[in-house]
Design a protein around this ligand. Sequence first.
Ligand SMILES: [Zn+2]
Length: 401
Amino acid sequence: MLSLDGPSTSTFSLPPAVLQHKTDVRNPPRTMGQFRNKSGRQCPFYKIMPSTPFTVDAFNFGYVPNCTAYFLSHFHSDHYGGMTKEFAKPIYCSRITANLIREKIGVDSYWINEITMNQPTIIDGTELTLLDANHCPGSVLFLFRFKDGRAYLHTGDFRADPSVLGNDPILLGLREISKLYLDTTYLDPYYEFESQEATVDIAAEFAQQMVRKNPKTLICCGTYSVGKEKIFMRIAKVLNSKVAITAYKARLLKCFEWKEFDDLLTSDWNAAQVHVLPMQALNFPSLHEHLEKFKNFDSILAVTPSGWQFDRKNLSLKNIKPKVQGAVTMIGIPYSEHSSFRELEWFVRFIRPKEVIPTVNVGNPKRRKEMEKIIKSWLDPNYKAPVVKKQNLITGFLNQS
Ligand SMILES: [Zn+2]
């Protein structure tokens, strides 16, 4: 159960730019049907912000008792899962996420509150700021600041980027974070990978080399519904090509309101050397079938982006081997939209929270204990961060392939 008794003593005064957000719930629209708890589960504690009527990414549990504001960090199904068009309580999120909710789920706009990025906004007496999570378009970190000086930071899913978050004036100006709700997807020293930029460079370089050798090479990029757009955008740029997408994908990408898509995307599959396909279509039989449809191409390079392209012996990019079957070549690149182990270490030590609450891989008590031990060591004042040697993975990868 949530307590409605939020902190009451005021120690922060509002800067002039703070917006006072109001949700008028006096005349809600009539919704057809009822929003139900289809999972039959209770909302876990780490989705409920203590001493507030707020929850984060909690749509799979019916209406949470006493929750008056539902925050959605980004539009991935493991976060909005359970939300249906019958949902009839205030939702707070970024503009892109709001567009996606309207497009894909159809919740009445009355309930959807778009919050401007980096702009402190008052919601039910609490100051909320949305920071870029560097995860997928529209993804945010939620920073809640209470009148008594406490602050909670919820990362949703995020890829910690020291060059962005490390220079964020709002984070730098914080006195203390009482609770850090942390995306612990890769909180294991096993997970080390390159920056997104380096990985995108590899994919683009590889595509360019293939096309130079054979100009009739078609590039197929796999995507899920939202995310990993940087890969096909960069490849299209180096090849000076348009990007062909399905009508379904076009409706989703329209939600981003990105100007650069205007001249880039096309529904004419013959007019583009870069095709965006659903991830499940990136297998040899489907790709051979796809190639058959386009007489101006005689081979395919398929790029599968994933953070999970690792095994114990295959930790660096230079070890990634293209798989070839006839005219189709497939490469998997370790493009991650979650923080690596070292990035998590940097972020936790940068924020220095009083308490860290892991939000991923928490079902297994042994795993949770291990994560807590690692986090505790990071926050030890005597902790010495190991020096990580950087190597030129791009050159190594391209020379081998
Ligand atoms: Zn996600």
